[in-house]
Design a protein around this ligand. Structure first.
Ligand code: ADP
Ligand code: ADP
Ligand code: MG
Length: 445
């Protein structure tokens, strides 16, 4: 593998370029009109124009991207996360063009892309899933009947959903009746399928996920857990490893369950099994993400491994570099997703970054997408950078983070940095006592 095309943008493109460079692999970036001046475009060995700013005209143009890969003689495509990363049709087209897709097989992407189909697969494999329906709802009457059986509150969810979009919490039947048609319509607009299902709502939950890897020789390993319970709009904002909440016994069981899930579908490459965990530490399968996760750096910090390198090696057909007993985790890592957004109302705040100065800090890693002078445009996810902190203890990592956000100078746009300062000074957060409702309960006015 000599040249990889990166079918993505921003920080994850910068991240992939870094590993490729270390491995002596050339990179081809693609950019829209809105991204000409982005750091990843300058850092790639070559950058090719892909189209106008809207994603349908640029980063979702599967055929054009594959044509660029061929023209540039790329041997492989790395899809990053979001965009085409979980598009089975894209993965298949890439492979059919004789190019390596850095990710799992298209059939697995397709199977896991449907929350409904993956629930059934996991149940068959003996993995506990959230109580709910394993088929698409045919009518509102059916939705109400199932919700009654499950017991309110329930989540009404788009089977093809992602990014926290397409799910509605329904406290009672009245809410379900109100949400039903609009959720289906939204699912169709965003995900191309109006299939929805209901699931029990787990109150005061933790989001715990397990990083797994499989290779083409049939080896499977897990790389421990990440606790991603600090969320807004059902989307992660802070992630850490290890979880300050899970007991050692439950951890072992959740790792084994994640491996069972991976083996059940003969999974290859990097994947994440997401679980929702209740107050009694009962855990249930939520979904599987068949790609590199946004929050993979916390796993890299505690294990000392390079997950992008592992993805490339597995895609080349090589066995996993390490087996389970050789994989260890040390210390504590925590990641903060720095967004160009209003820290109170969580609305995007695009604009020009007139000043940006990352304070120097021990044990710090910044996965940035933008630099001073760059502009956050309204076309894409407004994440500016991921700020990751490592310490021997959780307290040490959080102290690094506090000092960092206090000294961070970023001007021209609103960011959620003030929110991080408040969270870091919250005593429950400091004690590791938080659930997925933490932000909604304490920080939304
Ligand atoms: P992770 O589970 O890796 O944390 P997220 O759910 O935060 O992933 O989503 C990863 C990225 O992809 C984010 O930038 C998010 O906005 C985007 N994304 C994921 N799924 C979708 C989707 N179906 N539609 C639009 N954006 C999505
Ligand atoms: P997405 O594909 O958008 O990532 P997920 O199913 O992974 O959707 O859910 C995203 C988040 O929404 C979870 O981390 C959790 O906070 C919340 N959530 C989803 N399903 C449930 C549920 N059944 N009970 C409680 N919270 C849930
Ligand atoms: Mg998810």
């Amino acid at each position: 593998m000599q040249r990889i095309l990166i079918a993505n943008r921003g920080e994850i493109a910068v991240r992939i370029i870094r590993t490729c460079r270390e491995m002596g692999i050339e990179t081809v970036a693609i950019y829209s009109d809105a991204d000409r001046e982005m750091p990843y475009v300058k850092q790639a060995d070559k950058a090719v124009y892909v189209g106008e700013p809207p994603v349908q005209k640029s980063y979702l143009q599967a055929e054009r991207i594959i044509a660029i890969a061929k023209q540039e003689k790329a041997d492989a495509i790395h899809p990053g996360y979001g965009f085409l990363s979980e598009n089975a049709g894209f993965a298949k087209q890439v492979i059919d063009s004789g190019i390596t897709f850095i990710g799992p097989r298209p059939e697995i992407i397709e199977l896991m892309g449907s929350k409904i189909a993956s629930r059934q697969t996991m149940e068959d494999a003996g993995v506990p899933v959230v109580p709910g329906s394993n088929y698409g709802l045919k009518s509102l009457e059916e939705a109400c009947r199932l919700a009654d059986e499950i017991g309110y509150p329930v989540m009404l969810k788009a089977s093809g959903g992602g990014g926290g979009i397409g799910m509605v919490l329904c406290e009672d039947e009245q809410a379900l009746v109100k949400a039903y048609a609009s959720t289906k319509a939204r699912a169709l607009t965003y995900f191309g399928s109006e299939e929805v299902f209901v699931e029990k709502y787990i109150a005061d939950a933790r989001h715990i996920e397990v990083q797994i890897f499989g290779d083409c020789q049939g080896h499977f390993v897990h790389l421990f857990e990440r606790d991603c319970s600090i969320q807004r709009r059902n989307q992660k904002v802070i992630e850490e490893s290890p979880s300050p909440f899970l007991s050692q016994q439950v951890k072992q069981r959740i790792f084994e369950t994640a491996l069972t899930a991976a083996k059940a579908v003969s999974y290859t490459n990097a994947g994440t099994i997401e679980f929702i965990v209740d107050e009694q530490e009962n855990f249930y399968f939520l979904e599987m993400n068949t790609r590199l996760q946004v929050e993979h750096p916390v796993t890299e910090m505690v294990t000392g491994l390079d997950l992008v390198k592992w993805q490339i090696l597995v895609a080349k057909g090589q066995p996993l570099p390490l087996l389970q007993p050789e994989i260890r985790a040390f210390g504590h890592a925590v990641e903060f997703r720095l967004y160009a957004e209003d820290p109170v109302r969580f609305l995007p705040s695009p604009g020009k970054i007139t000043r940006l100065n990352w304070p120097a800090q021990d044990g710090m890693r910044i996965d940035y997408g933008y630099e001073e002078g760059g502009s956050v445009t309204p076309y894409y996810d407004p994440m500016i950078a991921k700020c990751i902190f490592y310490g021997e203890t959780r307290k040490e990592a959080l102290d690094q983070a506090s000092s960092f956000f206090k000294n961070l100078q970023i001007e021209g746009i609103k960011t959620n940095s003030p929110l991080f300062e408040s969270i870091l000074s919250n005593s429950d957060f400091q004690k590791g006592k938080y659930t997925t409702n933490f932000l909604a309960k304490k920080f939304v006015k």
